[in-house]
Design a protein around this ligand. Sequence first.
Ligand code: SER
Length: 325
Amino acid sequence: MDKILIIGAGGQIGTELTTYLRKEYGEKNVIASDIRATLHDDLMESGPFIRMDAMDSRQVYQVIQKEKVKQVYFLAAILSAVCEKNPEMAWDINMGTMNSVLRVAKELKFKMFVPSSIGAFGKTTPKDQTKQETIQRPNSIYGVTKVAGELLCDYYHDRYGIDVRGVRYPGIISNVVPPGGGTTDYAVDIYHKAIKFNKYTCYLKEDTYLDMMYMPDAIKAAVTLMEAGHDSLRYHNSYNVGSMSFSPKIQADEIKKHLPNFKINYKVDPVRQSIADSWPNSMDDSAAREDWGWEPDYNLESMTNDMIKVLSERFARRNKDEETK
Ligand code: SER
């Protein structure tokens, strides 16, 4: 069995991907790594953890060589809203970590998953059913790092034969670890606030459509793409993947089916609104469907059912624990 290293295992996607891969490929074969000194308890207990600074290519080299790693899931990145607060840091971290790991891949020849994002598109990109190959002139610094990353990965593939693959993720909705400061975070937070307070103040306008995806599908996309035969892939970085597209109003209406008294109001944040306005309403993911059989399992209705069930049970357990203290 190939050893797998997750870089950025403590993040929103990394946490759940590590758990999934450990179940699938064996706990000892999946090494979690992060710049943080410690991760979610379940991850620390279920398999190996190495603290690593991905900017430091010598450290990355040593870990990958010593552990005989053959596959790397690279998930270290700062999300769009935080990037906008400090563009210099955004470039240094998003590009610095990727560059460092790609350099090591050139020496040690492992297979890599490097995700891109809907952020790789911009204001001049056609908005509906955005094609796989289209205009990519992003207006956010996050998007600039995503396009540069896509190009750098393709360069390493074409020039050095590194098997590096990726998808353009939509906003990811999940219930284990919160997202770390993206434009699409509202779509996660809304469930928490709906269950706790029956109301939510949204920082995007009610009719802002964006592509979204439930975490089980985000994991499915990464693993299915990594397992696909190399020769079936027309693209490496990156494939459009979609599963649902909605606006805050549509999501709120879906939540109201479960919580009829739920109320949403809007207090627009101009920075995040302008980023959201520059991203597609929906992506055409037919290339991923044709080349490696991409097919999502969740839509807005089934995701909302699951989010409300999981979070309500969790909050009820916590309240009970508080009461018995
Ligand atoms: N969810 C990300 C963000 O909002 C997009 O990839 O930054």
